[in-house]
Design a protein around this ligand. Structure first.
Ligand SMILES: CC(C)(COP(=O)(O)OP(=O)(O)OC[C@H]1O[C@@H](n2cnc3c(N)ncnc32)[C@H](O)[C@@H]1OP(=O)(O)O)[C@@H](O)C(=O)NCCC(=O)NCCS
Length: 218
């Protein structure tokens, strides 16, 4: 347990140039406190003590301004920087070593039931004020820019910016510079499908025309 705590403190020290010591992170970082409270609340949630779980989570929200639903699934090394205004929904999932800045929402659109919140892969960065809404995946190493509103999947190693968010970098390359030649043309694929269906219908028609018209002839 002590090793786990040390690893969490070190992962924050690594990512925040302003952090001077583990002591400072432990006592003064609201993001660190909120994640620790979440881990306690999640334990109670899993052991079917939902009220205690929500109680811990709401107390932590009161103290830190960060609301993490105890039902969310969060991996190792989550760093919530500054924190105020962060909301993480009940069915959200977060991989290892993700970073969230203040004002981030991992929420639902209000249209889905069951799994309603997004899933973040490993090493995902979500900038200040970004909203990720819906039950889709944000791939490993993706970056969501400050202020973005993400409503659809973000591939791994992509950078998504804007409202609604669009991918502006994939593996560090602008989409305009991506290899367009070897990407399948969706229009010609549709035409091929239609041709195939026409051929099938033609054959069926020919077969019907050549069959003896038994009922009519009688
Ligand atoms: C998106 C971000 C992570 C950078 O990712 P990156 O992969 O290095 O992307 P780049 O800096 O190369 O920018 C890619 C493009 O997105 C644009 N962009 C970057 N951040 C943007 C934002 N927040 N909103 C809109 N466009 C943005 C850039 O201008 C660039 O545009 P171009 O294609 O016309 O050149 C970074 O800009 C960001 O938003 N970080 C969040 C930091 C934060 O919230 N800090 C709060 C501290 S308190």
């Amino acid at each position: 347990m002590f090793d786990q705590l040390k690893a969490e403190l070190d992962s924050i020290m690594k990512r925040d140039p302003a952090a001077r010591s583990r002591l400072e992170v432990y006592f003064l970082y609201s993001g660190f406190k909120a994640v620790r409270a979440y881990r306690r609340a999640h334990w109670f949630y899993l052991h079917n003590h939902k009220f205690i779980a929500r109680y811990i989570s709401q107390r932590s929200r009161h103290k830190t301004g960060i609301e993490i639903h105890p039902g969310a699934k969060i991996g190792r090394g989550l760093f919530i920087d500054h924190g105020m205004g962060v909301v993480i929904g009940e069915t959200a999932e977060i991989g290892d070593n993700c970073t969230l800045y203040q004002g981030v929402t991992l929420g639902g659109t209000g249209k889905d039931h069951g799994k309603r919140h997004p899933t973040l892969g490993n090493n995902v960065l979500v900038g200040a004020g970004a909203k990720i809404l819906g039950p889709f995946r944000v791939g490993d190493n993706a970056r969501v820019a400050a202020g973005a509103v993400v409503l659809d999947e973000v591939p791994a190693n992509a950078t998504a910016v804007g409202v609604p968010a669009r991918v502006v970098r994939l593996n560090g390359i602008r989409p305009a510079n991506l290899d367009q030649i070897h990407i399948g043309d969706p229009v010609s694929q549709q035409i091929c499908g239609l041709r195939f269906q026409i051929e099938c219908l033609k054959k069926k028609l020919e077969k019907l025309e050549t069959e003896p018209k038994t009922e009519q002839s009688e």
